[in-house]
Design a protein around this ligand. Structure first.
Ligand SMILES: Nc1ncnc2c1ncn2[C@@H]1O[C@H](COP(=O)(O)OP(=O)(O)OP(=O)(O)O)[C@@H](O)[C@H]1O
Length: 312
């Protein structure tokens, strides 16, 4: 559905994006994550045919941005991070105006606008002036506008930014619904956790380069280089004993005692640690908890974009 090969954009000597390869199918919801200035907007604008790449290819449904921009524009809906609404138009008038621009006419136009208002749950605001909507409602209106011509591919630039927690949940539900409708969606954000549970794939871009591009669970696995165990004894006094037993162990790289549990970092190559609980129990440790520490997405993101977090 969307494919890019060696996609590159340079401004002077600086690379805005460098050799981006993407391959997304129908129904894929792709979270495009990166700090400010990483190259998300540039990539999306190239796919939307609003910007020419310096070199490389981008295809939408096998149409190339170089040779078939018109066909691509029919297939793509692009929602920029900031867009204006006209002060003197109601929500319905605003959508009808854009529907007319897409040459949706007659009874179809009103029907289509009503369908869009239903999808983005904005029917109750249909007669309100567009400039009186909240940020979340404005974003939903923008999405309705982007969906008017029933595009197969949606490129949504930071649709969650500036939304309060409730509006975020509503927008995330809406994104899920678009995936269920079989659309291919690229949705950008600079916060990984806010998209991870909605998207089936994520790409992490930093300084124009795609660092990881895979399923969410795989990204976490790739980032984590060492298994970390969290061990909590029944009695706090036993923390010391665990540390003694494991500190010099051939599978253990280091131990970090905490208040009531100890973090044990295993050596990189170790994936079988089944002998460790046995060792502890045989030495009289009463185990309350023994599990692998889960790497949260925030940490995964920080690890991948090391050194650039100050720009976020
Ligand atoms: N017209 C331009 N001329 C020169 N440099 C540009 C231009 N447009 C973008 N850039 C640079 O290209 C890089 C990528 O910008 P881009 O807008 O794609 O990032 P982004 O990931 O969308 O960031 P944000 O989250 O802030 O929107 C940045 O370093 C930016 O300064």
């Amino acid at each position: 559905m969307i494919k890019t090969v060696d996609l590159t954009k340079k401004y002077g000597d600086a690379f805005a994006i460098r050799s981006i390869d993407l391959d997304l199918q129908a129904g894929d919801l792709f979270g495009f994550i990166g700090p400010n200035g990483a190259g998300k907007t540039t990539t999306m604008r190239i796919i939307a045919t609003l910007l020419e790449p310096s070199w490389g290819e981008a295809y939408v449904c096998d149409y190339s941005v170089h040779t078939a921009p018109k066909e691509i524009r029919r297939l793509v809906g692009y929602m920029p991070d900031f867009f204006g609404v006209y002060d003197d138009m109601t929500v319905v008038e605003y959508l009808e105006f854009f529907a007319a621009a897409y040459r949706i006419n007659g009874v179809d136009r009103r029907k289509r606008v009503d369908e869009m208002l239903e999808i983005v749950d904005l029917d109750f605001k249909r007669d309100a002036f567009a400039n009186t909507l909240s940020r979340g409602q404005t974003q939903r209106l923008g999405l309705a506008r982007t969906l008017l011509h029933d595009p197969q591919v949606l490129l949504l630039d930071e649709p969650l930014s500036g939304l309060d927690p409730r509006a975020r949940i509503e927008m995330r539900n809406l994104l899920r619904r678009l995936g269920e409708m079989g659309k291919t969606v690229i949705v950008s954000s600079h916060i990984l956790p806010e998209l991870a549970d909605v998207c089936n794939k994520v790409g992490i871009i930093d300084r124009g380069e795609l660092k990881q591009n895979a399923k969410v669970t795989e990204v976490i696995r790739m980032v984590r280089q060492h298994t970390v165990l969290v061990i909590q004894p029944g009695k706090r006094e036993q923390l010391e004993r665990i540390s003694q037993l494991l500190s010099g162990h051939e599978k253990v790289q280091g131990c970090e005692p905490g208040d009531d549990a100890i973090r044990v970092v295993l050596k990189q190559e170790v994936d079988d640690y089944s002998d460790l609980p046995k060792l502890l129990i045989e030495n009289g440790v009463d185990l309350k908890r023994f599990n692998e520490e889960e790497l949260d997405l925030e940490s995964a993101f920080m690890a991948l974009t090391k050194g650039t977090s100050t720009r976020m």
